[in-house]
Design a protein around this ligand. Structure first.
Ligand SMILES: Cc1ncc(COP(=O)(O)O)c(C=O)c1O
Length: 364
């Protein structure tokens, strides 16, 4: 598939490397361009990179009414050689298609997704933020565009990708453990639903729970399964905990849990640095007992945006606090974070296929 380029004039493009003098926020900035293509019910067409701008969507577009939309979140990193590398983008592309399948949306071949995103990064490479801990956040997404008010899958779609030069997800960086609210009030997903997809609607449905969590000084809800028996996710992250013998537990990927690319990477990586990894359904009661008995000494969340978010404590709706260890960031979590980010930033060797260089193809 050929991409056509309709770019901003050079005088309006960033031509010098981006060296921000203030700490960058997460997800606020945009680069000069975006990628887009349309699906007419049979094939993709209008494949192009254009200046970042507002888009026209029919007021009756299916995505606006029935939420037929998904998104992805990936990152690119600059390595000491000055080149930009995307991290496991093939896995995001596979998951995009998985979401598409769940939401009755068309597939986009993996190589097309990767080619499109690499081409966009290549065009906007001067936007890569040169700052400690910064990265280029990649946001591909697709939505149903058919102007039709019946509840059925859209016939036409748009697939797009935008980029955001970003600092760390938490302004405090990897310095302050978060608090999670344990509640039975809200659930993120039920079996047979869309929990395993990165469906836009899942996030709309999580906003109320997120706001509720804030009332308890928590940054997010620890989601349980619909019967309040098992731990599922930590807000928009997979949950993990570590026992004192160095075993990392991650909830089994059921159809109510997003298969985190950070988690699958940890499952591959951690045994190489001395951890045992077990994936199984985690009973909330056993988890709480484990913390109280001092068997579980560290916990946190895995996700592309925050990478590793240590959890210092859990709070219940009656205000009771359950501290994990002494509430600080544990040494094992630190080691995991350091090992992972060293790989992402090219300071340590990556497992085969994890990083893909953005080739310098565009010359304009
Ligand atoms: C619900 C949910 N779980 C887990 C994750 C972590 O997934 P990943 O590591 O692929 O970013 C995310 C973020 O994408 C998420 O939104």
């Amino acid at each position: 598939m050929n991409i056509s380029y309709c770019l901003k004039p050079r005088s309006k493009r960033r031509l010098e490397p981006f060296k921000p003098d203030q700490p960058l926020p997460f997800g606020q900035l945009r680069t000069d361009h975006m990628f887009m293509m349309d699906f007419d019910g049979h094939e993709w067409y209008n494949v192009k990179i254009v200046p970042y701008c507002d888009i026209n969507v029919a007021p009756g577009a299916i995505a606006l009414h029935y939420g037929q939309a998904y998104f992805e979140g990936a990152k690119a990193f600059m390595h000491p050689d000055g080149e930009i590398y995307t991290f496991r983008l093939d896995k995001n592309a596979e998951r995009a298609n998985f979401s598409g399948e769940i939401l009755c949306m068309p597939q986009v071949p993996i190589d097309v997704q990767i080619k499109a995103i690499h081409a966009l990064i290549d065009v906007d490479r001067n936007w890569f933020p040169i700052q400690d801990g910064a990265s280029l956040y990649i946001r591909p997404f697709m939505f149903g565009t058919s102007d039709s008010l019946g509840v059925h899958p859209s016939e036409c779609y748009r697939y797009m990708c935008i980029l955001s030069p970003s600092g760390p997800y938490y302004a405090t960086g990897f310095t302050k453990p978060i608090r999670l609210l344990i509640t039975q009030k809200f659930h993120r997903a039920v079996s047979g639903g869309t929990g395993a997809a990165k469906a836009a609607g899942n996030y709309a449905a999580s906003l109320r729970a997120g706001q509720f969590a804030k009332k308890f000084g928590a940054s997010q809800v620890l989601y349980l399964d619909a019967e309040n028996r098992y731990i599922e996710e930590a807000g928009a992250m997979n949950h993990f905990h570590i026992t004192k013998d160095g075993t990392v537990y991650i909830p089994e990927f059921t159809d109510t849990i997003l298969k985190s690319i950070t988690s699958i990477s940890m499952i591959e990586l951690l045994p190489k640095i001395g951890f045992k990894v077990i994936q199984k359904r985690i009973e909330l009661n056993e988890f709480i007992e484990g913390i109280k008995k001092g068997e579980i000494v560290e916990a946190g969340g895995f996700g592309t945006a925050a990478v590793v978010s240590p959890v210092g404590e859990y709070v219940f709706e009656d205000g009771t606090i359950l501290k994990v260890g002494n509430g600080d960031i544990g040494e094992m979590t630190k080691k995991i974070y350091k090992t992972y980010t060293n790989i992402q930033y090219g300071r340590a060797e990556a497992p085969e296929g994890w990083l893909k260089k953005v080739e310098r193809i565009f010359q304009g």
